[in-house]
Design a binder for this molecule. Structure first.
Ligand SMILES: [Ca+2]
Ligand SMILES: [Ca+2]
Ligand SMILES: [Ca+2]
Length: 351
């Protein structure tokens, strides 16, 4: 059910409040080197982590088992990354990749200038390294297609997803190189850690911060960087107040590495809910909770689902990708290719 907050943001989620642990003292100072650099690049670079531990069993919830190695993005897709997408693919925004609430809502991060046919998009102050929001499942699939197709003029309509199919059921094709995580891929990256490698007794944590204890609520400095980074911190439950908002998105790296999941992902609990490919009654599934959510929403036992066209201030996404070959294998392949090429060309010198 949609609710409207005093700040104008909307959410479709019921509040399930719970007690939070006492805030802890900050134990980590972020340095400038930790901040994302994507905002200054002309093209979008996604940082991925590899999720191995192939063939793990499901959690007691029935989720989390994945029989192959894959990559998942370390951070939620940011406004800086999405604005690059808009500037090349939404001069005429026939697919509604842009939502005016990205401008009108203080928690949105992107403005639109010009007229249809020559729209241009810019980042709002301090919003480049915040997760993009007001993006539907459709927008997220189109972003994945564009990434799959090498960005630039790459198509948004095919590649990972065939956009002529129903948004209520379409999933990525087998040849996709970039896609939205399946629910099991998302779940494993968020909650799994083998018991023999420091994980919980059943190898699944309750929260995506490698913990069974509800995270400390993040607080924010004046530019939206989490001001109490450290162990088991997440942006949820309206704790991150800045830019005159009661609860807001925060810089995606700023909870610090001590609050990441076992595989090194950030903000899988809180900041923004994240789309995954699962389907429930023609709706698409969200996981992880948001800046607005009570702690229960961050748990492994919690999932929500909303129509694929929904766009809210507390919903964004991250990407999955195929595993890259190990460096040693790449070198072997390159060496083999060079050797073959030299033989074919019969050249006596090195390439
Ligand atoms: Ca849209
Ligand atoms: Ca457990
Ligand atoms: Ca999140």
């Amino acid at each position: 059910m949609a609710i409207t907050l005093a700040g104008g943001a909307q959410s479709c989620f019921n509040h399930i409040y719970e007690c939070s642990p006492a805030p802890r003292a900050p134990s980590l100072l972020l340095v400038a080197g930790l901040m994302l650099t994507d905002s200054v690049k002309a093209v979008v670079t996604i940082d991925y982590v590899t999720v191995g531990d192939i063939g793990n069993a499901n959690d007691s919830t029935g989720f989390g088992g994945v029989a192959y190695s894959y990559q998942i993005s370390k951070y939620e897709v940011t406004n800086a990354q999405y604005v690059e997408f808009l500037n090349v693919k939404a001069a005429t925004d026939t697919n509604s990749l842009y939502n005016n609430s990205m401008n009108s809502d203080a928690r949105g991060g992107i403005t639109q200038g010009g007229v249809s046919g020559s729209f241009t998009y810019s980042l709002k102050t301090d919003m480049g390294d915040k997760p993009v929001n007001y993006v539907s499942f459709l927008d997220s699939m189109r972003f994945a297609n564009w990434m799959h197709n090498g960005q630039g003029n790459g198509s948004t309509e095919s590649g990972a997803y065939d956009m002529t199919q129903s948004a209520s059921t379409v999933i990525h094709g087998g040849s996709a190189s970039v896609w939205l995580p399946t629910e099991n891929e998302w779940y494993k990256a968020a909650y799994y850690q083998p018991v023999g490698l420091g994980g919980d007794t059943d190898s699944y944590w309750l929260y995506p911060t490698a913990s069974n204890t509800a995270p400390t609520e993040a607080t924010a400095g004046s530019t939206g960087i989490i001001s109490n980074p450290g162990t088991n911190v997440a942006n949820y439950n309206l704790g991150a107040d800045w830019n005159a908002q009661n609860g807001n998105v925060t810089t995606v790296v700023s909870a610090g590495p001590l609050s990441s999941g076992y595989y090194g992902t950030f903000d899988m609990g809180g900041n923004v809910w994240e789309w995954n490919e699962a389907v429930v009654d023609s709706a698409r599934v969200l996981r992880g909770g948001s800046w607005l959510s009570a702690g229960a929403s961050l748990r492994a036992s919690f999932r929500d689902s909303i129509p694929p066209t929904s766009e809210y201030a507390d919903v964004g996404f991250r990407l999955a990708s195929s595993s890259v070959p190990e460096p040693s294998r790449v070198m072997l392949l390159l060496a083999g290719a060079c050797s073959l090429l030299m033989r074919r060309r019969r050249v006596p010198f090195a390439l």
